[in-house]
Design a protein around this ligand. Sequence first.
Ligand SMILES: [Zn+2]
Length: 275
Amino acid sequence: MNGLWPDDAQCVVNLSFDVDGRSGWILRDGSFADRPGTMTLGEYGPKVGLPRILDLLEEYDIKASFYVPGYEAETHPDIIPSLLARGHEVGHHGYIHEAPAELNEEEERKVLEKGIGILQEQMGEKPRGYRAPSWDVSTRTASLLAEYGFLYDSSLMDDDVPYILQTEKGHLVEMPVQWLLDDFPYYAYNSAAGVRGPDCSPVSVARTWIAEFDGLYQEGRCYILTMHPQLTGHPSRLSSLERTIRHIRSRPRVKFMRLDELARYWLDSHPSTKI
Ligand SMILES: [Zn+2]
């Protein structure tokens, strides 16, 4: 027992999905909106990948965290209700996948407010979690998130357990992420956009994700895996995710949590971690 996690868990695991759909491609280049090849590449996520992922999560009774750009929520008004009905969490992920580091303060506030407004309208409450598109926050993002009442951010990379971020507007819980535990660097490929990833074998990706889990489990840390329905929603990749889940489940004292639950737990039980 390492004392960090609820229910005497050795390791906490979170599965998270960024439902970027078309938004990330349109943001990358507005002309892509008129290129059906790229638009349908993105659309595969909400249209085909997401339902498959939801079925898999249901089969393993796992509640996950989903980050939905406002544009995707507007253009697919069925997404958020279906996530909430299955007990998943929905967090803020920009309006059209804007990286805060590329915005000035006025623009960053506008995007935050627009995303909050759309999610609040569909969820009946404000989102408590935020994940920066491309994990590319600005130097003011943490302070703005605290100002707008967010509980946590999940964009930074300097730890593998949560920690408290103090800002001039209050504190947030940071739920750290890693490119190593993201499907994008392994699977993303779109020649029209100049994205030519290695298009890795899902078997090798699962091997990498499992090896990282084994290390974090041994040390009693936290395992946060980030995926995209337009990438991981394909059958071969989904079966690799399933293999990863089965491996994780084969270990004793592993607890799957949504990031809002984990952030709340961390805040309530680790006040001494405040800096
Ligand atoms: Zn994204």
